[in-house]
Design a protein around this ligand. Structure first.
Ligand SMILES: [Zn+2]
Length: 335
């Protein structure tokens, strides 16, 4: 139950104690209803309309700092106001606040399921990517073209490995990145990959490469090296290479299935329909500047077309078309 002074006779002078069915005590004083609270001694009961004004002041007024719904409702009650829908009204106000929506954090959850691609045999499928820019090296090199066989690894992972290797090597070796590159590639080729449990080198040539440590501290194969025997074993390894690759292929398929299952559990399905108002991610569109104080989102725009693959065509509110198509992962619904 709630009421304000307007619906009661003024100046009755008497206090009236009201007990609600849930046991919370209220007090009617001079025609104004107060509710007993755990936070404050007494909260003035107001209508949702007056409450809405209080919430707007607390959220975006002179003393407002666009807090979330729970804190907003708490601030309302600390200011000694109460009405039964104070929390839901706070949530609604925050959800519809334009400023809060434009500065809303970027969601990182994927919006589409991962479908693992399998490559039937080595070097059947290639991924090529550009890595850089790096500090300009002698002869003007400042980018790397990374070409990687899809069977052994995904391009993004290779990029990450190369970049990490370069950063750490440059830190300790204090030389240029271009000088360190052959070493990094050797490290990559002679390190077993998690997905296949094999090194890219052995899957290509059938035999593990002899690394410098095996020469420094002779390993058994270096110690007991015999030319004749070695030739024969190398040829046998080439014959057995198909079996090794098949084994690696099965491991890779299992690994990719595990990764996809983990990834897909985090997918947040987002879809928009014609006429929806949406905001687009500012870091992608760069429509609203990229400074620290610039909003994360820009808009609203109207959805003009939406396809099943998750791409939308957008238009400004005046009907002008926004260039390019926009993927759902770079959009959020504007309320
Ligand atoms: Zn806000």
């Amino acid at each position: 139950m709630y009421m304000d002074g307007a619906s009661s006779k003024e100046g009755c002078g008497a206090g009236l104690l009201l007990i609600s069915p849930t046991g919370r005590a209220g007090l009617c004083l001079k025609g104004v209803l107060y509710r007993k609270s755990y936070l404050q001694q007494r909260l003035k009961c107001v209508t949702p309309e007056k409450g809405s004004y209080v919430l707007r002041e607390l959220h975006e007024g002179v003393c407002g700092n666009h807090v979330g719904p729970r804190v907003l409702a708490k601030k309302g009650m600390l200011s000694r106001y109460y009405w039964p829908t104070i929390f839901w009204d706070s949530a609604e106000l925050v959800a519809r606040c334009k400023s809060c929506q434009l500065h809303a954090p970027i969601h990182h959850a994927p919006t589409q399921e991962m479908i693992p691609l399998h490559s039937p045999w080595p070097f059947f499928q290639w991924g090529i990517d550009l890595l850089g820019p790096f500090p300009r090296a002698p002869r003007g090199y400042d980018h790397l073209v990374v070409a990687i066989d899809y069977f052994t690894k995904w391009v993004e992972n290779v990029n990450r490995t190369i970049l990490h290797g370069l950063k750490t090597r440059i830190e300790s070796a204090r030389t240029g990145w271009l000088d360190e590159l052959p070493t990094i590639l050797w490290v990559y080729r002679t390190t077993p990959r998690t997905a296949t449990q094999k090194t890219p080198f052995v899957l290509t040539y059938g035999t593990e490469a002899v690394i410098p440590a095996e020469i420094g501290v002779p390993s058994s194969r270096v110690q007991y090296f015999a030319v004749q025997n070695n030739e024969e074993e190398m040829r046998l390894n080439l014959d057995l290479l198909e079996c090794r690759r098949e084994e690696a292929c099965i491991r890779m398929a299992k690994y990719k299935r595990q990764v996809a299952r983990y990834y897909n559990a985090r997918v947040r399905h987002l879809s928009f329909k014609l006429g929806d108002l949406v905001l687009r991610r500012n870091s992608v569109s760069r429509a609203g500047g990229t400074g620290k104080l610039n909003p994360n989102w820009k808009g609203p725009y109207v959805v003009k077309e939406a396809d099943r693959a998750g791409y939308c065509k957008l238009a400004h509110l005046n009907g002008d078309e926004v260039p390019r198509t926009w993927h759902n992962s770079n959009l959020r619904l504007f309320r």
